[in-house]
Design a protein around this ligand. Structure first.
Ligand code: GLP
Length: 249
């Protein structure tokens, strides 16, 4: 009964046919038989090879694309994607540093920037008094021109006078905090959870609505242990893998 090669599907098994095709493609990617940049068979080719409907072949390809294993290039075909970025979870680094470490140039597109009264969550997170002002910056983060994350940062306005006059589109925010304000963020608490991309997030991040995003919420403290930054970063789940090291207790 065992089927190994990419040949006949196992029609008697209670495993959907699309899933069997998906698993086989995935095995080829993970074993290195298919490498980043290789073209994978089209919907039509899979349909012919496995004798399945077009819908079945499409579902296998779409799921692998949503999960970040494949990329579809309009008019050219579907290709094996580059491996996901591995992002360590234990280091307090900036997006710019993370990209530099990978030999890539970080970019930011400022979607909005304003001084606003802090909402409830930010007031509590930063230990502010009711009605305090914060800067709210919404930036699309790019790696070599490709959108990777959407970041919504809130910074206590008292400590960063005229922040909006700084070059927030062209420079690392952490670098600005250090160089223009003498503030180093040295400690942070961070949470991580999965959320589906809403239509706006999907549009700016160039993913389909509903694609999993990894939401990281970080509250960072400076060298005097003051909580000065609350950021929500929505990382593309199809481009990132988070890694951490564990020690036995
Ligand atoms: C990372 C973090 C954010 C932080 C940002 C600063 O992406 N997830 O919490 O605000 O880096 O990046 P940069 O200094 O490049 O603007």
């Amino acid at each position: 009964m065992e089927v190994t090669a990419l040949g006949d599907l196992h029609k008697g098994l209670p495993i959907p046919l699309y899933y069997q095709i998906k698993t086989r493609l995935l095995e080829q990617i993970e074993s290195g038989q298919l490498r980043p940049g290789d073209r994978v068979e089209s919907e039509r080719e899979l349909t012919e090879r496995f004798g399945v409907s077009r819908m079945t072949a499409r579902q296998a390809l779409v799921e692998l694309e949503t999960e970040g294993y494949l990329v579809r290039v309009q008019g050219k075909g579907t290709f094996v994607a580059s491996p996901k970025f591995e992002q360590p979870l234990m280091a307090l680094t900036s997006f710019t540093e993370d990209m530099r470490r990978r030999g890539l140039v970080a970019g930011a597109e400022v979607l909005s920037a304003a001084q606003v009264p802090a909402g409830r969550r930010v007031t509590i997170g930063l230990g502010l008094s009711e009605g305090s002002q914060v800067y709210r910056l919404e930036r699309l983060r790019l790696a070599g021109g490709e959108p990777m994350a959407l970041e919504v940062s809130h910074l206590d306005a008292t400590y960063f006078p005229n922040l909006l006059e700084q070059d927030i589109a062209g420079r690392s925010l952490y670098e600005i905090l250090r160089e223009a304000y003498g503030i180093r963020l040295v400690r942070a608490t961070q949470s991580l959870e999965a959320v589906p991309a809403d239509s706006r997030q999907a549009e700016v991040l160039h993913v389909r609505e509903g694609t999993p995003l990894m939401l990281m919420e970080r509250i960072s403290r400076d060298q005097h242990d003051r909580p000065l930054e609350l950021v929500r970063s929505y990382y593309r789940g199809d481009r990132y893998r988070f890694v951490t090291e564990l020690l036995s207790q």
